[in-house]
Design a binder for this molecule. Structure first.
Ligand SMILES: Cc1ncc(COP(=O)(O)O)c(C=O)c1O
Length: 367
């Protein structure tokens, strides 16, 4: 009997020891996760030149733009100005607010060469509350003159939100120099994991925003009737977060910083120039702005861009995007069905471009 009791006691002591060890380990892991998430935030703030309390983790650019749209407390009649080449993620949130809240939208028409028309903007920004424009367009890689846009907007007492989905991976961003009020970006465009992105906001502005998605981790205290919100940025990061993604994004950003964004931009432009110089064919129509960017957007006369993409994939193992690239409104404006778009990044080289040129020339011969 006594031996049985001794056995049970030993078993219980062992279980207690394992339990204490597990709790200690979990505590250690959770502290490590918290510290790595904050380390990643620090890295990304350095990358964008943002200060403490100015970077919120979100799912992506789309969520960041929706956060601003839903948290600024728009009133009927307030005006939002955008360009005529916004990705659907920077078009729909404002269309919905127009319907739900009665905001007014103004769209700046681009110039004939597809560059941003600052004169038209100068007129349309008058009386606006917010200017929400794409920084670098996913259509043709064109970068809007955001320094001028921000200066003019601020002279007119309007805030500026930049859709940085395509600028963050390809150019050096200095948000303090730019003086942007809000800036949205996505991790998966810049070698990071999917499902994680961010919203930069000037601290004094973020502190005035109403949280859009609320719940666990956004408060320090609640009663049945009231709540006390946590400090910025935590009041905007509701529920369990994509910790692995956030930490992964921090590592991707460190890698990009090591390579240098200026070098990446130069590399893409060099490759694009090589394509432009060697694809000089009258059957090719370039789409959008025809400057030095990391994108070659085109159509081959009389051929569907989807067929062009499919043939390039099958013959040269080159993947490009075809269609309206989520900028349907712009394609509709010009009565275009879509286009084929080759996007260059740091992992591409001259050999890729040669294959692309060969593939396109063969498609032209087919047509
Ligand atoms: C210019 C631009 N804005 C916004 C988005 C939306 O990004 P996400 O799907 O990561 O939210 C994209 C995605 O392609 C984009 O190119």
């Amino acid at each position: 009997m006594l031996r049985e009791l001794e056995k049970i006691l030993k078993f219980l002591i062992r279980m207690l020891f394992i339990w204490i060890l597990l709790v200690w380990l979990l505590n250690l892991i959770s502290k490590r996760v918290t510290s790595e998430v904050e380390e990643s935030r620090k890295t990304i703030k350095k990358f964008l030149n943002a200060k403490k309390g100015e970077l919120i983790f979100t799912k992506n650019t789309t969520e960041s733009i929706n956060l601003v749209a839903n948290s600024l407390g728009f009133q009927k009649g307030e005006i939002v100005v955008s360009s005529d080449r916004e990705h659907n993620s920077n078009l729909l949130p404002w269309q919905i607010l127009e319907k739900k809240k009665g905001i007014k939208r103004r769209i700046v028409d681009e110039k004939q060469d597809h560059s941003f028309d600052l004169d038209d903007f100068n007129e349309k920004v008058k009386g606006a509350r917010l200017v929400s424009v794409v920084h670098t367009s996913n259509l043709d890689g064109y970068t809007l003159p955001v320094k001028d846009i921000i200066k003019i907007a601020h002279e007119n007492d309007a805030l500026v939100l930049l859709d940085g989905a395509q600028s963050t991976p390809h150019k050096e961003i200095n948000l303090k120099k730019l003086d942007a009020d809000f800036f949205a970006f996505s991790g998966h465009k810049m070698l990071g994991p999917t499902g994680v992105g961010g919203l930069y906001g000037k601290k004094e502005l973020l502190e005035k925003l109403e949280p859009f998605i609320v719940g666990g981790d956004t408060v320090t205290e609640t009663t049945y009737d009231k709540q006390e919100f946590a400090d910025v940025p935590h009041r905007f990061e509701a529920g369990l977060q994509h910790y692995a993604g956030i930490i992964g994004l921090g590592e991707a950003v460190k890698y990009l910083m090591r390579l240098g964004l200026k070098n990446i931009e130069k590399h893409e432009i060099k490759l694009q120039r090589f394509i432009v110089d060697n694809l000089n064919n009258e059957k090719i129509e370039r789409i959008g702005f025809k400057g030095e960017t990391g994108i070659f957007n085109f159509n081959i006369r009389k051929m569907s861009p989807h067929n062009v993409a499919m043939i390039l994939d099958e013959t040269e193992n080159i993947m490009i995007r075809s269609g309206a690239h989520c900028v349907h409104s712009w394609f509709n404006k010009y009565n275009l069905q879509g286009s084929a778009r080759a996007s260059l990044y740091l992992y591409n080289n001259k050999e890729d471009c040669e294959k692309f040129i060969k593939g396109v020339n063969n498609i032209i011969k087919l047509g």
